[in-house]
Ligand binder design. Sequence first.
Ligand code: SAM
Length: 187
Amino acid sequence: MAAGDRDRWNEKWAAAGVGTGHGSKLVDLLEPWLPATGRLLDVAGGGSTDSLGFARRGLDVTVADVSDVGLATARQRATEAGLSIETARVDLESDPLPAGPWDVITVANYLQRDLFAAITAALAPDGLLGVVIATETNLERNDKPGRPFVLRVGELPDLVVGLDLLHHSEQWRANGRHEAHLVARGR
Ligand SMILES: C[S@@+](CC[C@H](N)C(=O)[O-])C[C@H]1O[C@@H](n2cnc3c(N)ncnc32)[C@H](O)[C@@H]1O
């Protein structure tokens, strides 16, 4: 990643603090297919509250992210909630994913197109992938995330090769963003 990006994300997560809840709708999205137990990797999960939701749901959660501040936020929230999560500080542009196989892998609000092959390879057979990322349509109403960080319309299923598609939708969501949501299962 570009020099300074980690500092930028550390500053963002420090400003967000532990009290505010940044989270996507990943838990709700995956709910119909979630196993009762298993290993879940939240890719670029940072200080999101998604990890808490999955830990509460009984999964063994690892959050992988480049921001040590984001990861510390996630750990602190978990401790305060009486839950336990693992964290791994990785630069996803240069480091491998934490070792699989993973029963569930989630990606919310992080777009790195060349990562999907590694994600597919790290999924257990029958493992679940859940993705939530804004599309370029989102730019019609919101400045952020900027164009490098949004999907082209209809692009997401083509990035997920070798998995069985369980759900794909692209629309304006209750949070005011136009997002692609996808759930797929490993073979
Ligand atoms: C928009 S936030 C999304 C966080 C969380 N998934 C959510 O939906 O709230 C993007 C996350 O990607 C992380 N990130 C950015 N570049 C990264 C990289 N090269 N490797 C690992 N994590 C990275 C940031 O630290 C940040 O936590």
